[in-house]
Design a protein around this ligand. Sequence first.
Ligand code: ADE
Length: 224
Amino acid sequence: MRFDIITVLPGLLDSPFAHSILQRAQKKGLAEIVVHNLRDYATNKHKSVDDYPFGGGSGMVMTIEPFALCIEKLKAERQYDEVIFLTPDGVTLNQSVANQLSIKQNVILLCGHYKGIDQRIRDLFVTREISIGDYVLSGGELPAAVLVDAIVRLIPGVLSDETSALSDSFQDDLLDAPVYTRPADWNGHKVPDILLSGNTPEIEKWRFEQAVERTKERRPDLLK
Ligand code: ADE
């Protein structure tokens, strides 16, 4: 799967994709992440990508021209399934949205800044608007990194044990059961006996019950 991310701060995205699972996914050729500097598509002398809002008001608005030029260049090179704008007024990201997107081939992600982006970019190019939660960040770069991470780990072959993404919290609308590792007794704080029993069916039953209990307690909204 290929991601083209359009941003005024490409440096912000250097690190999130250069480690761990996202780095390995790229090395294996399962994900391609290309970051484009929006300023390279600015046609004016000062390479500015924003301007004052029509009608007045505070803050600057990102202009349509550089986004349009970058998106059109990319679209001339390959077909895109989605053009996604990261914005706090989008649909809130959840596991179901990540699952839907993980079967796409090529997506463009637009990162906004300042007071927002010219509405015509949204009207003409954007196919989906996604928020990562009900809070406002300084720009769309961190949300884009969050979205890419949530999607890439679902691509078959990215995780070494393919079942492990399927058993993630939320995949079955349940939170995960608690997990433990060595030592079995740390200063008198013991691991539940059942996990040391070797009785796999009983362990699975216990894990399911714990997951239901935790979900009831913390996220009753997930239990429909
Ligand atoms: N840009 C700024 N805040 C955001 C959020 N919460 N989700 C997505 N994009 C954003």
